[in-house]
Design a protein around this ligand. Sequence first.
Ligand code: PEP
Ligand code: MN
Length: 361
Amino acid sequence: MEKLNIKQMKDWGMNIQSPVIIAGPCSAESEEQVMQTAEQLANKNVSIFRSGIWKPRTRPNTFEGVGSIGLKWLKKVKEKYGMPITVEIANKNHVENALKEGIDILWIGARTTVNPFAIQEIADVLQGVDIPVMVKNPINPDLELWIGAMERLNKAGITKLAAIHRGFSLYGESVFRNVPKWEIPVELKRRFPNLPIICDPSHISGNRELIPSVSQKSIDLDLSGLMIETHINPDEAWSDAKQQVTPTALFDILEHLVWRNTSADNEFFKNKLDELRENIDQIDDNLVDILGNRMKLVKQIAQYKKENDVTILQSNRWNDILETRIEKALGMDISEEFTAKLFQLIHQESINKQTEIMNEK
Ligand code: PEP
Ligand code: MN
């Protein structure tokens, strides 16, 4: 069993409520903008105030953040409204400045998580410092890299750790700015059940319209909270304008989400669920039997092809399999994408097995 030594967010000593809501602008632009946004977010259900002051931008000649001066504005937010504050840090210098100004929580951006040198440098300055750190996923869909970053921090003594799922870069067309690939946070949760994982629907969506559905999906997958970029005048924002929402819009989004429980405290629900799960167990058992029987036939076919010097791959046959299985599955409300993927896997395994048998001496 893999282990990270984790302290839950409710025990970070900052009165962080569950589900965790982190809000605030993509970038701090001026003292007024920061204070006005904070004023509208204060005394509601926002647990942490966020703002970027050093912005990692894809291209030069775009706004790269106000720099250290922004730390003073954030400090004012904390003093006036009592919300813990978080900023993105990407190197030793940022960390030292943030610690000096009393920033409560650090976060590491996607472009930094990809780089083990940068992460190690940050972990080294944090040695012996008891500060929470939230780690965004790397821009590429590499779960090990994400885990590696958290392990480096954990080894430096950081136990107040959380992961932030912000989606993954994609070259090509997508409705998302960063594709969510939900199977990755789901696998992270399976491997580290105690690690809080927060969803950042703003950077996944890249536009305001998608934020509610992405947020709901993360709740349905039992993630621990949301980080949503919030700006008093989103259309005029100096970075990520399209995906930011006003504080009023944020509260509207939060109000319409359905917050689910991991279980229901009633006997009828539990019994019914147990019964359905027993059926699923039975069907899965049959499924493995069926796959095993299919594989026995594959072995016979391999032997037969070998004796007659016939190739393993027969394109017409493979096309035929794919088409007929997809058609049947569609009639049972199973998507074409799923059936295609499933049979590609089965077919590849069949080819592997046949290759093995045909090349046996
Ligand atoms: C941000 O949160 O403003 C940010 C730069 O995020 P990411 O690292 O996810 O791109
Ligand atoms: Mn942003």
